[in-house]
Design a binder for this molecule. Structure first.
Ligand SMILES: [Fe+2]
Length: 163
């Protein structure tokens, strides 16, 4: 008799499997629950887009997924930028420039998708997955590290002043 998990694995419909390009790794965790959750949602959306392209989904489906991904990206960048501003993060301008660079690229891609002039290729999802992984491991990790240091300083100052 097969183990339950094996029976389940064998019974999975191939059509229900999502083909992935953006593989989430524990080293992408920043320690900020909200930021980490939004990052994982972006990974899922890149994978949905990748899956739709590989399955040759209708152009309108790809447009819809991309539009969702684009609006979530903007919303997520706003989350991070608000956090950086309230914390007086010294790397705020540089980090925002990096966000602005991707937003501008995403706008161009959205226009091309609207005009149906963008060839649907996995080069699109490769680019997005690589950008996200690189940005999270660099700029985002640095940003959260700074927030943590600030919190530590805040607490140690609080402890000292109450002595
Ligand atoms: Fe960021």
């Amino acid at each position: 008799m097969k183990a339950d998990w094996l029976v389940d694995a064998v019974n999975v419909e191939p059509s229900s499997l999502v083909m992935t390009i953006a593989v989430w790794k524990t080293e992408y965790l920043t320690g900020d629950l909200h930021v980490d959750q939004e990052h994982q949602e972006l990974f899922e959306m890149v994978n949905s887009l990748h899956d739709a392209i590989l399955r040759a989904a209708p152009y309108s489906v790809v447009q819809e997924i991309f539009a969702d991904l684009a609006s979530h990206t903007v919303k997520h960048f706003q989350t991070e930028e608000r956090l950086m501003q309230v914390s007086n993060y010294p790397g705020c301008d540089r980090h925002k420039q990096s966000h602005d660079g991707l937003v501008s690229k995403v706008k161009t891609l959205s226009q091309q998708l609207d005009n149906q002039t963008l060839p649907l290729s996995i080069r699109l999802t490769e680019f997005l997955a690589e950008w996200l992984a690189h940005h999270i491991q660099g700029e985002d990790q640095n940003m959260i590290r700074f927030f943590r240091e600030q919190t530590k300083l805040y607490h140690s100052a609080g402890v000292r002043s109450s002595l």
